[in-house]
Design a protein around this ligand. Structure first.
Ligand SMILES: [Fe+2]
Length: 260
């Protein structure tokens, strides 16, 4: 079995619109284990709607969750993470220590767009580079400006960004055009990480396995495992990760990877 890594799941009880209680958070963790996950973000939003979500608060809450998981013998490793909403002040907030990086390793920031907006991440990516910090674009499939423009996606990846996609979008894309665009991303090597964006046990459940299965179908088991397991696990643990450059259109990621 491929031990999946959920790089986007809200597990910090009462901190945002995720699990309201510790019991619900633990139930979500059990669901994730059933899905095949062994590593997951203990994540909460960091945006103006949740001004109390300081890095210290996320750190403490993730630590409490890790203890509860150990007590209950639930085989899931969790890593404190902020889902940071991009703002003109993001760089300043990072430098002031207000933002929680992925796994608290100070290597990756998981960022989402401000509500109803699409902003250029390149200035922030460039500003963070000398500090050894890179960006992960959370649930990147939500942004048509990016999904429909592989040249732009490529530019962001070349600037050091990684692309995270939601498992449910892969498994149940709905509109054929949306599915075609996701498939183009997957086959072109534009997808690096998988997340459930799970929020609870009633709605927005932490489903990962169907998304992984769809990736296996589109890009084969070995590459699907890089996306759904290897790269995510490395990032959550703070280990180095190297992803191949996406391919120019018309060349498969496979030929790019192996120089065929
Ligand atoms: Fe989220």
């Amino acid at each position: 079995m491929t031990p999946l890594a959920d790089t986007h799941v809200h597990l910090l009880a009462g901190l945002d619109d995720g699990p309201p209680t510790a019991d619900v958070a633990l139930a979500m963790c059990r669901m994730l284990v059933t899905e095949g996950a062994r590593h997951a973000t203990a994540l909460a939003h960091q945006n103006p709607c949740y001004p109390d979500n300081t890095a210290d608060r996320l750190r403490a809450s993730a630590s409490a969750l890790a203890s509860a998981l150990a007590e209950q013998n639930i085989p899931l490793s969790v890593y404190p993470t902020g889902e940071v909403m991009l703002a003109p002040t993001t760089l300043e907030e990072w430098r002031a220590g207000h933002l929680m990086s992925v796994g608290d390793h100070k290597q990756w920031l998981l960022v989402e767009m401000p509500h109803g907006e699409f902003v250029d991440v390149l200035p922030l990516a460039e500003a963070l580079k000398p500090e050894g910090v890179r960006l992960i674009i959370a649930h990147a499939e939500r942004y048509a400006e990016l999904l429909d423009d592989v040249a732009l996606t490529q530019t962001w990846i070349e600037a050091g960004c990684l692309i995270q996609v939601t498992a449910r979008a892969l498994a149940e894309p709905g509109a054929p055009e949306f599915e075609a665009a996701l498939k183009r991303w997957a086959k072109g090597g534009f997808i690096h990480l998988l997340g459930s964006d799970g929020h609870g046990i009633e709605r927005r459940r932490p489903k990962l396995a169907p998304g992984f299965a769809r990736l296996v179908k589109w890009v084969g088991r070995a590459h699907a495992a890089r996306i759904a397991s290897e790269w995510g696990t490395a990032i959550l643990r703070g280990e180095p990760v190297q992803v191949p450059a996406p391919c120019p259109l018309g060349r498969s990621w496979f030929s790019r990877l192996f120089g065929a």
